[in-house]
Design a protein around this ligand. Structure first.
Ligand code: NAP
Ligand code: MG
Length: 402
């Protein structure tokens, strides 16, 4: 069998610990035997980030902007313990944060559904993808502890000195105050990323705020989404047969619980913080959650939502057998290969991504899985494989379906 050809390289970002081990297994067993894999490789493993003073992360971000599609392995976000463990020159920023800022991107998280790993919500038949606006609001607040009676005001002083002022509250006793903000530019980028993503997965987009209560602040979010939709996306959505739906956040929550899924749900920052954890646990497993960072310019970076699975790595180093779930990392690769195939008009590559994903889900549905899933599956008598054993079981299926 001849290998599938590629035109444009994928930006490949290697990572840390157990996921770095899985990364190589996935390439060796599931990709290199079948694809003439073209990647531009960046080593985002912590040692090399330290060696390059994190320049490698910036270089990988620039390559992503240049080529348009990247696939990333989970990476360590340094904390004081890691600085000591790796003898780092400094406590570098999170690579994901650096990349997201460079791409001006939004992160979309979607669960991988398989029979036997059932969502807590019975009627969720299709994935619900959640997006979080990762800028501003309560995460960039200013807060005051009000000690006693007095007047709290919101004051804006323009560059020309014009002052706009509103009384928030006349306190008669102690209390609290908070000021938050956001930027039109950031909300516009977020909206474009959401519309682009919904188009790329051909699913309806929902967006919700509380504009009945917050008429100016949340009202601005609503207005920006509606304007960008009307001016830039309405036609493309109609062509794909998908829709944009705006509602109040409490109404959205009620509807999500009753829906069958198959929706992209765009959230404001705080709502996304809360509901992304709710969705990922309700769908069953963090190890079955994929993540893609989408820039408003239509640049895509795919990865798994989980971390580097440190505890398994230390067991691996001691020579113990690990059963680490590689599904989300495999889906990061298939997501990136499919997108590359679509952009470069390579139907063979798109088909390969589909076939590999099906080989993964069929393997699990046949009862063969890693330990984390074996613990929660509703299938009878699951067969638990170790990290490599699971990937090899997928390879067998892949070979017979190609
Ligand atoms: P984690 O790597 O997500 O793992 C937490 C626990 O969840 C694991 O110990 C394991 O539970 C379970 N788990 C997660 N993924 C799994 C998988 N694929 N297969 C089987 N079990 C899985 O989170 P962490 O241990 O808190 O973080 C480790 C490192 O990852 C940190 O340095 C953090 O900075 C980094 N991180 C990176 C990213 C990213 O690059 N996107 C995201 C999050 C965290 P058991 O041990 O009980 O089996
Ligand atoms: Mg959170």
């Amino acid at each position: 069998m001849s290998k599938i050809a590629m035109k444009t390289p994928l930006v490949e970002m290697d990572g840390d610990e157990m996921t770095r081990i899985l990364w190589k297994m996935i390439k060796d067993e599931l990709l290199l035997p079948f694809i003439d894999l073209r990647t531009e490789y960046y080593d985002l493993g912590l040692e090399y980030r330290d060696e390059t003073d994190d320049q490698v992360t910036i270089d990988a971000g620039n390559a992503t902007l240049k080529y348009g599609v990247a696939v990333k392995c989970a990476t360590i976000t340094p904390n004081p313990a890691r600085v000591e463990e790796y003898g780092l020159k400094k406590m570098y920023l999170s690579p994901n944060g650096t990349l997201r800022a460079m791409l001006d991107g939004t992160v979309f998280r979607a669960p991988i559904l398989v029979k036997g790993i059932e969502p807590c919500v019975k009627n969720w038949k299709k994935p619900i993808t959640i997006a979080r606006h990762a800028y501003g609001d309560v995460y960039k607040n200013a807060e005051i502890r009000v000690p006693g009676p007095g007047v709290g005001k919101l004051v804006f002083t323009a560059e020309d000195g014009t002052v706009t002022e509103q009384t928030i509250f006349r306190f008669e006793g102690p209390g609290i105050m908070q000021g938050i903000y956001n930027l039109d530019e950031s909300i516009e980028s977020y909206a474009r990323s959401c519309f682009n993503y919904a188009l790329s997965v051909k699913q309806d987009l929902w967006f919700a705020t509380k504009d009945t209560i917050s008429k100016t602040y949340d009202g601005n979010f609503k207005k920006i989404f509606e304007t960008i939709y009307e001016e830039e996306f309405r036609e493309a959505f109609a062509k794909e047969g998908i829709s944009f739906f705006y509602t109040l956040i409490d109404d959205a929550v009620a509807r999500i619980m009753k829906s069958e899924g198959g929706i992209v749900w765009a959230c404001k920052n705080y709502d996304g913080d809360v509901f992304s954890d709710m969705l990922s646990s309700a769908f069953g497993s963090l190890a079955m959650m994929t993540s893609v960072c989408v820039s408003p310019k239509g640049v895509y970076e795919y990865e798994a939502a989980h971390g580097t699975v440190q505890r398994h790595y230390y067991r691996h180093l001691k020579g113990e057998r690990t059963s680490t779930n590689s599904v989300a990392t495999i889906f990061a690769w298939t997501g990136a290969l499919r997108k590359r195939g679509e952009l470069d008009e390579l139907p063979e590559l798109v088909r390969f991504a589909d076939v590999l994903e099906k080989a993964v889900t069929d393997t699990i549905e046949s009862g063969v899985m890693t330990g984390d899933l074996a613990m929660i599956t509703t299938l009878p008598d699951p067969v638990t494989k170790d990290s490599l054993g699971f990937i090899q079981a997928v390879r067998e299926r892949l070979e017979s379906s190609l």
